[in-house]
Design a protein around this ligand. Structure first.
Ligand code: ATP
Ligand SMILES: Cc1cn([C@H]2C[C@H](O)[C@@H](COP(=O)(O)O)O2)c(=O)[nH]c1=O
Length: 201
Protein backbone atom coordinates (compact mmCIF):
# COMPACT_ATOMS: atom_id res chain seq x y z
CA UNK A 1 0.00 0.00 0.00
CA UNK A 2 1.33 3.47 -0.87
CA UNK A 3 0.60 6.32 1.52
CA UNK A 4 0.04 9.93 0.57
CA UNK A 5 1.13 13.19 2.14
CA UNK A 6 -1.65 15.74 2.73
CA UNK A 7 -1.02 19.21 4.15
CA UNK A 8 -3.49 21.72 5.60
CA UNK A 9 -2.68 25.41 5.19
CA UNK A 10 -4.21 28.84 5.73
CA UNK A 11 -3.77 32.03 7.72
CA UNK A 12 -4.34 31.77 11.48
CA UNK A 13 -8.04 31.36 12.22
CA UNK A 14 -8.93 30.22 8.69
CA UNK A 15 -10.34 27.00 10.15
CA UNK A 16 -7.89 24.35 8.94
CA UNK A 17 -7.40 22.55 12.30
CA UNK A 18 -11.18 22.16 12.65
CA UNK A 19 -11.21 19.79 9.66
CA UNK A 20 -8.13 17.65 10.24
CA UNK A 21 -9.75 15.00 12.45
CA UNK A 22 -12.70 14.86 10.03
CA UNK A 23 -10.46 14.09 7.03
CA UNK A 24 -8.36 11.63 9.08
CA UNK A 25 -11.53 9.75 10.06
CA UNK A 26 -12.71 9.62 6.44
CA UNK A 27 -9.38 8.11 5.36
CA UNK A 28 -9.42 5.62 8.25
CA UNK A 29 -12.93 4.58 7.22
CA UNK A 30 -11.41 3.71 3.82
CA UNK A 31 -9.02 1.35 5.64
CA UNK A 32 -5.98 3.63 5.52
CA UNK A 33 -3.49 4.03 8.34
CA UNK A 34 -3.21 7.73 9.11
CA UNK A 35 -0.59 9.74 11.00
CA UNK A 36 -1.71 13.24 12.04
CA UNK A 37 1.01 15.72 12.85
CA UNK A 38 1.81 19.43 12.79
CA UNK A 39 4.42 22.11 12.09
CA UNK A 40 6.26 23.64 13.66
CA UNK A 41 6.36 20.60 15.93
CA UNK A 42 5.52 16.95 15.45
CA UNK A 43 8.60 15.67 17.34
CA UNK A 44 9.86 16.33 20.90
CA UNK A 45 12.60 18.64 19.54
CA UNK A 46 10.18 20.25 17.08
CA UNK A 47 7.71 21.02 19.88
CA UNK A 48 10.49 22.78 21.84
CA UNK A 49 11.36 24.80 18.73
CA UNK A 50 7.65 25.55 18.27
CA UNK A 51 7.50 27.06 21.72
CA UNK A 52 10.44 29.35 20.88
CA UNK A 53 9.09 30.21 17.43
CA UNK A 54 5.62 31.12 18.67
CA UNK A 55 6.75 33.14 21.69
CA UNK A 56 10.28 34.58 21.27
CA UNK A 57 11.19 37.58 19.15
CA UNK A 58 14.01 36.72 16.72
CA UNK A 59 15.62 37.82 13.45
CA UNK A 60 13.48 36.83 10.48
CA UNK A 61 16.23 34.60 9.04
CA UNK A 62 16.62 32.84 12.41
CA UNK A 63 12.86 32.23 12.30
CA UNK A 64 13.02 30.73 8.79
CA UNK A 65 16.05 28.59 9.64
CA UNK A 66 14.39 27.25 12.81
CA UNK A 67 11.23 26.41 10.84
CA UNK A 68 13.35 24.35 8.47
CA UNK A 69 15.41 22.82 11.33
CA UNK A 70 12.20 21.64 13.00
CA UNK A 71 11.02 20.37 9.59
CA UNK A 72 14.23 18.39 9.01
CA UNK A 73 13.66 16.57 12.31
CA UNK A 74 9.97 16.10 11.55
CA UNK A 75 10.77 14.57 8.15
CA UNK A 76 13.41 12.24 9.62
CA UNK A 77 11.44 11.12 12.68
CA UNK A 78 7.83 11.13 11.53
CA UNK A 79 6.96 11.93 7.91
CA UNK A 80 9.48 9.85 5.95
CA UNK A 81 9.17 6.70 8.13
CA UNK A 82 5.35 6.89 7.98
CA UNK A 83 5.29 7.24 4.18
CA UNK A 84 7.87 4.43 3.89
CA UNK A 85 5.51 2.16 5.92
CA UNK A 86 2.69 3.03 3.52
CA UNK A 87 0.83 5.20 6.06
CA UNK A 88 -0.96 8.38 5.08
CA UNK A 89 0.37 11.56 6.67
CA UNK A 90 -1.73 14.64 7.42
CA UNK A 91 0.31 17.63 8.52
CA UNK A 92 -1.19 20.81 9.95
CA UNK A 93 1.15 23.08 7.93
CA UNK A 94 4.38 22.35 6.03
CA UNK A 95 6.76 24.30 3.76
CA UNK A 96 4.03 26.35 2.05
CA UNK A 97 3.57 28.01 5.46
CA UNK A 98 7.21 29.15 5.43
CA UNK A 99 6.79 30.65 1.96
CA UNK A 100 3.55 32.34 3.05
CA UNK A 101 4.57 33.59 6.53
CA UNK A 102 8.33 34.17 6.31
CA UNK A 103 8.30 34.93 2.56
CA UNK A 104 4.97 36.74 2.11
CA UNK A 105 4.36 38.06 5.62
CA UNK A 106 7.92 38.87 6.71
CA UNK A 107 9.26 39.55 3.18
CA UNK A 108 12.23 37.18 3.37
CA UNK A 109 13.60 36.62 -0.15
CA UNK A 110 11.82 33.68 -1.77
CA UNK A 111 15.06 32.37 -3.32
CA UNK A 112 16.53 31.87 0.18
CA UNK A 113 13.47 29.79 1.11
CA UNK A 114 13.70 27.84 -2.13
CA UNK A 115 17.35 27.03 -1.31
CA UNK A 116 16.35 25.75 2.15
CA UNK A 117 13.51 23.71 0.67
CA UNK A 118 15.96 22.16 -1.83
CA UNK A 119 18.30 21.32 1.03
CA UNK A 120 15.74 19.90 3.46
CA UNK A 121 13.36 18.03 1.16
CA UNK A 122 14.60 18.07 -2.44
CA UNK A 123 12.49 15.08 -3.46
CA UNK A 124 9.32 15.39 -1.41
CA UNK A 125 6.25 17.58 -1.93
CA UNK A 126 2.76 17.04 -0.53
CA UNK A 127 0.48 15.00 -2.78
CA UNK A 128 -2.39 17.28 -1.80
CA UNK A 129 -2.44 20.68 -0.10
CA UNK A 130 -5.77 21.96 1.20
CA UNK A 131 -5.62 25.76 1.48
CA UNK A 132 -8.36 27.08 3.76
CA UNK A 133 -8.92 30.58 2.46
CA UNK A 134 -10.75 33.40 4.22
CA UNK A 135 -10.45 37.18 4.26
CA UNK A 136 -8.48 38.49 7.20
CA UNK A 137 -11.52 39.93 9.02
CA UNK A 138 -13.18 36.51 9.14
CA UNK A 139 -10.03 34.79 10.43
CA UNK A 140 -9.45 37.51 13.01
CA UNK A 141 -13.00 37.28 14.36
CA UNK A 142 -12.66 33.50 14.71
CA UNK A 143 -9.33 33.82 16.53
CA UNK A 144 -10.49 36.54 18.90
CA UNK A 145 -13.28 34.26 20.00
CA UNK A 146 -10.90 31.52 21.09
CA UNK A 147 -7.73 32.12 23.15
CA UNK A 148 -4.66 34.23 23.97
CA UNK A 149 -2.86 35.14 20.74
CA UNK A 150 0.72 33.95 19.99
CA UNK A 151 3.49 35.98 18.28
CA UNK A 152 2.19 35.36 14.74
CA UNK A 153 -1.48 35.80 15.62
CA UNK A 154 -0.66 39.25 17.05
CA UNK A 155 0.68 40.46 13.69
CA UNK A 156 -1.07 43.32 11.88
CA UNK A 157 -3.48 43.20 8.94
CA UNK A 158 -0.73 43.93 6.35
CA UNK A 159 1.22 40.86 7.47
CA UNK A 160 -1.79 38.55 7.07
CA UNK A 161 -2.84 40.11 3.76
CA UNK A 162 0.67 39.44 2.41
CA UNK A 163 0.67 35.92 3.91
CA UNK A 164 -2.69 35.13 2.32
CA UNK A 165 -1.57 36.55 -1.05
CA UNK A 166 1.56 34.36 -1.03
CA UNK A 167 -0.55 31.27 -0.23
CA UNK A 168 -2.87 32.08 -3.13
CA UNK A 169 0.08 32.80 -5.42
CA UNK A 170 1.53 29.36 -4.61
CA UNK A 171 -1.87 27.71 -5.15
CA UNK A 172 -1.91 29.25 -8.63
CA UNK A 173 1.71 28.20 -9.24
CA UNK A 174 1.10 24.56 -8.21
CA UNK A 175 -2.49 23.84 -9.25
CA UNK A 176 -1.81 20.09 -9.43
CA UNK A 177 -1.46 19.67 -5.68
CA UNK A 178 -3.39 22.64 -4.21
CA UNK A 179 -7.14 22.76 -3.58
CA UNK A 180 -8.38 26.14 -2.36
CA UNK A 181 -11.26 25.67 0.09
CA UNK A 182 -13.58 28.65 0.59
CA UNK A 183 -13.52 28.59 4.38
CA UNK A 184 -16.05 31.42 4.83
CA UNK A 185 -18.78 28.77 4.44
CA UNK A 186 -20.27 26.80 7.32
CA UNK A 187 -18.40 23.81 8.76
CA UNK A 188 -20.93 21.21 7.43
CA UNK A 189 -20.79 22.68 3.91
CA UNK A 190 -16.98 22.59 3.93
CA UNK A 191 -17.08 19.01 5.22
CA UNK A 192 -19.30 18.00 2.29
CA UNK A 193 -16.65 19.31 -0.10
CA UNK A 194 -13.87 17.57 1.86
CA UNK A 195 -15.79 14.27 1.85
CA UNK A 196 -16.18 14.45 -1.90
CA UNK A 197 -12.48 15.27 -2.32
CA UNK A 198 -11.44 12.35 -0.12
CA UNK A 199 -13.73 9.96 -2.04
CA UNK A 200 -11.79 10.91 -5.18
CA UNK A 201 -8.31 10.40 -3.70
N1 ATP B 1 -16.27 27.36 8.76
C1 ATP B 1 -16.29 27.87 9.98
N2 ATP B 1 -17.31 28.66 10.38
C2 ATP B 1 -17.33 29.19 11.62
N3 ATP B 1 -16.38 29.00 12.57
C3 ATP B 1 -15.35 28.23 12.22
C4 ATP B 1 -15.23 27.63 10.93
N4 ATP B 1 -14.10 26.91 10.88
C5 ATP B 1 -13.51 27.05 12.08
N5 ATP B 1 -14.25 27.84 12.88
C6 ATP B 1 -13.93 28.25 14.27
O1 ATP B 1 -12.87 29.20 14.17
C7 ATP B 1 -11.92 29.00 15.22
C8 ATP B 1 -10.53 28.77 14.61
O2 ATP B 1 -10.55 27.54 13.90
P1 ATP B 1 -9.26 26.61 13.75
O3 ATP B 1 -8.59 26.45 15.07
O4 ATP B 1 -9.65 25.41 12.98
O5 ATP B 1 -8.38 27.57 12.83
P2 ATP B 1 -6.94 27.38 12.29
O6 ATP B 1 -6.95 27.85 10.89
O7 ATP B 1 -6.45 26.01 12.53
O8 ATP B 1 -6.15 28.42 13.19
P3 ATP B 1 -4.67 28.32 13.77
O9 ATP B 1 -3.77 28.18 12.60
O10 ATP B 1 -4.47 29.62 14.50
O11 ATP B 1 -4.63 27.13 14.70
C9 ATP B 1 -12.44 27.83 16.07
O12 ATP B 1 -13.17 28.35 17.15
C10 ATP B 1 -13.39 27.10 15.09
O13 ATP B 1 -14.43 26.43 15.77
C1 LIG C 1 5.04 25.77 9.74
C2 LIG C 1 5.10 27.26 9.90
C3 LIG C 1 4.25 27.91 10.79
N1 LIG C 1 4.31 29.25 10.91
C4 LIG C 1 3.39 29.91 11.85
C5 LIG C 1 1.97 29.92 11.41
C6 LIG C 1 1.18 29.92 12.68
O1 LIG C 1 1.01 31.26 13.08
C7 LIG C 1 2.11 29.21 13.66
C8 LIG C 1 1.69 27.79 13.93
O2 LIG C 1 0.53 27.80 14.62
P1 LIG C 1 -0.81 26.92 14.26
O3 LIG C 1 -1.87 27.74 14.87
O4 LIG C 1 -0.61 25.63 14.96
O5 LIG C 1 -0.95 26.75 12.82
O6 LIG C 1 3.40 29.21 13.06
C9 LIG C 1 5.23 29.98 10.19
O7 LIG C 1 5.32 31.20 10.35
N2 LIG C 1 6.06 29.35 9.33
C10 LIG C 1 6.04 28.00 9.15
O8 LIG C 1 6.82 27.45 8.35
Amino acid sequence: MVGKFITFEGIDGAGKSTHIAFVADLLKAQGKRVVVTREPGGTPLGEKLRDLLLHEKMHLETEALLMFAARREHLAQVIEPALARGDWVISDRFTDATFAYQGGGRKLAIDKLTALEQWVHPNLQPDLTLLFDVPLEVARARLDATRELDKFEQEKADFFDATRREYLRRAAEFPGRFRVIDSTRSIPVIQEELASLVRGI
